[in-house]
Design a protein around this ligand. Sequence first.
Ligand SMILES: Nc1ncnc2c1ncn2[C@@H]1O[C@H](COP(=O)(O)OP(=O)(O)O)[C@@H](O)[C@H]1O
Ligand SMILES: Cc1ncc(COP(=O)(O)O)c(N)n1
Length: 281
Amino acid sequence: MKRPVVLTIAGSDPSGGAGIQADLKTITAFGCYGMSVITAVTVQNTMGVTGVEAMAPDLVAAQLDAVFSDIRPNAVKIGMAVCRETIEVLIEKLTEYRAEHIVLDPVMISTSGRRLLSKDAVDTLIHGLLPLAGLSTPNLPECEALTGQPIRSREDMILASLMLHRQTKQPVLLKGGHMTFSPQDSPEGSFREAAPVDCSDLLRTPDGVRWYRTPLIQTTNSHGTGCTLSSAIASCLAGGLSLPDAVAEAKTYLSGALAAGLDLGKGNGPLDHCFRIKPLS
Ligand SMILES: Nc1ncnc2c1ncn2[C@@H]1O[C@H](COP(=O)(O)OP(=O)(O)O)[C@@H](O)[C@H]1O
Ligand SMILES: Cc1ncc(COP(=O)(O)O)c(N)n1
């Protein structure tokens, strides 16, 4: 029997809401076989990140060798890449093994404000790793950091995604979860200050742009949404879906996991990755 295989390359979150733990739960929820290469161990919970220790780049390389020399993944998700040296290892190994369907979530700063990628790594990320990925999934602040283009409207999202697409020559999914402007504006995207009523993400491919709109779910439990979305897309690509369909399926899953209303921890709690799995009675 065959099962799509997905590899996540990311940091560990001991509270299980983001990073490797969120990725493996998501990959499993999509019926894929999950594998993980750990880039860093973080100390965090729903209230924030208090520590980060990067794995030695050689250890990351050895984990990649172990995986690729044995079980070839059908898709790869990359999350927290930590530092320049680790990114260089990822570029070398993913090129050597001709990894397919790479989805890169360019994690830079946690929602709680802790830096998860060193400043001097951004150039190597832009020029070395992003061009290798078949899709990058920046949030608005990450796309601003990668392009230098401020994003204050839907029009800015269209422009910034074009800039990033030109830089990387690869598709971009610009996530609108941090939107403070209304996505209900005219198709041209004129700026209107109002509370957002939906979460609009923008997919840019060489064929043009496509908006993915889902209702905004009123919750403070959104820890790990970006990790979950990118792993869900990688799982759908591993299963053979086209990129636009993979994004649509992943958004549906994410909305379900947010809406399920899991309420854990004292801070920004995790999603319910298991909402489609039948619980024990
Ligand atoms: N409250 C919410 N309701 C519905 N979807 C959301 C909500 N918050 C985030 N999302 C979705 O979660 C995904 C991750 O978004 P975002 O928060 O922008 O990224 P990150 O987690 O990387 O900061 C996007 O698809 C976004 O539209
Ligand atoms: C290991 C790891 N990877 C990624 C994130 C980002 O997730 P969030 O934006 O929800 O803080 C995180 N907090 N920890």
